[in-house]
Design a protein around this ligand. Structure first.
Ligand code: NAP
Length: 247
């Protein structure tokens, strides 16, 4: 069994790599920085490899897609993602476009390379976010990119079902990683990367899908927000107390 995990050197991606390796997967870890990838390889031991690639660039996507095509992978975790915070009109257009390149374009390109040769029993996990369901002012491009990942994954789930290939949009809520201090949201909403991965792997083995929220609290919070009128939900999510942290 071979798995390719993007953004595998930190946070949720790293937890995926460690969990999969412990279950006998041979893991290919992808990220930009060599240091984090080398540290991961030391932790995983023999039988795993890594690829240094910036997935927000055409060249990074080309080498990763090439590795995926015909590489015998049975699992792709499209996890690498980025966010920019603040009012859209005040942000640089460049950072918004980089978010789209990494969160959307890379997911599409790598899904295409993987699914072209995926055998029955394979699985594709596209990491989205609860914000893909409940867009949050101050994270407009990020929320929209994660909404894209959900819609894309739902349709792929349906298309791939007859081929016996599972597709999932994984929607973590606030998860304590280096990218997410999670200091100003209630503790009951915050998960560890390990909890997110455990939930994803259980959903894979139970064939739950196509959209998986990773905790009961996230499911309740998201469902409640979606019951509210949109204006009220947007005002609530825009509150400064939650604004910088919720992803
Ligand atoms: N943390 C949360 O609260 C939360 C909530 C919902 C959804 N998510 C989603 O979960 C995923 C993982 O988030 P995280 O918090 O675990 O992230 P993280 O801790 O910031 O780790 C990001 C990983 O992605 C890699 N990466 C970043 N930019 C990259 C690029 N351009 N090309 C290749 N690799 C890149 C990083 O390594 P290098 O920097 O070395 O490239 C690192 O391995 C993301 O899609 C995020 O949107 C996170």
């Amino acid at each position: 069994m071979k798995a390719l995990v993007t953004g595998a050197s930190a946070g949720i991606g790293r937890a995926f790599a460690v969990s999969l390796a412990a279950d006998g997967y041979s893991v290919t870890a992808v990220a930009r920085g060599a240091e984090g990838l080398e540290a991961l390889m030391v932790e995983l031991g023999a039988g795993h490899d890594y690829l240094i690639a910036d997935l927000a660039t055409d060249e990074g996507l080309r080498v990763t897609a090439e590795r995926l095509r015909g590489g015998g992978y049975t699992l792709l975790i499209n996890n690498a993602g980025t966010a920019s915070h603040g009012d859209f009109a005040e942000q640089s257009l460049e950072s918004a476009l980089t978010t789209l390149d990494l969160n959307c374009k890379a997911v599409v390109v790598l899904a295409h390379s993987f699914l072209g040769s995926a055998a029955r029993g394979s699985a594709l996990v596209n990491v989205s976010s609860t914000l893909g369901r409940t867009p949050k002012p101050g994270t407009g491009v990020y929320s929209a990119s994660k909404g894209f990942v959900i819609a894309f994954s739902e349709t792929l789930w349906h298309e791939q079902k007859p081929r016996g290939v599972q597709v999932m949009a994984l929607c973590p809520g606030v998860t304590a990683t280096a990218a997410q201090a999670a200091t100003d949201v209630p503790a009951w909403l915050v998960q560890s990367p390990q909890q997110v991965v455990d939930s994803a792997r259980k959903a894979l083995s139970d064939k739950t899908g196509p959209v998986v929220l990773t905790s009961r609290a996230n499911r309740i919070f998201t469902a409640a927000l979606r019951l509210l009128p949109r204006r009220a939900a947007l005002s609530l999510l825009a509150q400064p107390a939650t604004r910088p942290a919720v992803r």
